[in-house]
Design a protein around this ligand. Sequence first.
Ligand code: ZN
Length: 305
Amino acid sequence: MKTWMIGLLLWILPSAAFAAPLKVVATLPSLAALAAEVGGPLVQVEALSSPRQDPHYVDARPSLILQLNRADMLVQNGLELEVGWLPPLLLQARNPKISQGAPGFFDASQFVHRLQVPAGAVSRRQGDIHPGGNPHFLFDPRAAASIAEALGQRLAEVDAAHAETYRNNAAVLVKRLRALAAEEAAKFAALPAAKRRLCVYHESLVYVLDWLGLQEVATVEPRPGIPPDPQHVAAVLQTMRGGGVHVLAQEEFYPQNTSKTLAELAKARLVVLQGGTRFSEGQHYADHARALADTLFAAFSQAAP
Ligand SMILES: [Zn+2]
């Protein structure tokens, strides 16, 4: 571009177009993808973890402190999913803009319909149980739609000059996600009930099961966060064989040895799901959610009757 053209552009475009974008840091890639879509070019979004990492145990590298220190807004999953790594990072980042209670602190779990909220007191002996409810709602586009809507509102608050853009972007995304959720649910509803049963590795697909009308018969982990032992694995195998379960699903970051053995012995398909949106590769949340549903649907349709 010639220099005079740049000069002309600078003169024509309102100065707001050159304002620095709002720096949004999201703990998980799917949250980053939602924030990037709601914010568009007005925001610059970074994810603190990759979809190939278990969100319970993200490596608290010092570079994450720097990202948090510079952020105008933090988007977290909540329900203690990040409790093992985020609080110390936040403490060291010393950024009042994103401290709990500040407008720049956004907790996605506040805006979703929660499942598996424990009725009584929770003890460590039950495994990695989250007292506020199951934190793995990001696979469910219905939850993502609620989060997108709330993100639109919050961004409008934090950056009032562009409030309308944020709300409009959010509305478009919400509509698309709700349509996707309904379309996929209808597809699964056509499968016979006896086929819609599966075994999962970790208790992380409850929102997906609720969305797609699937039934979980067993988990490979005896309790959340506790690795499988031979006795439990034998029980799971018996359940799978007895119940005619032919699908075993897990995220890519969980170990696959036990699942592979189980799948082989039970004549089941092992479905390895993406741990989240491939945000750093430019994937959109909706494409991730659709791929997840399609992968599961293929497994259910092809699995032995
Ligand atoms: Zn979990």
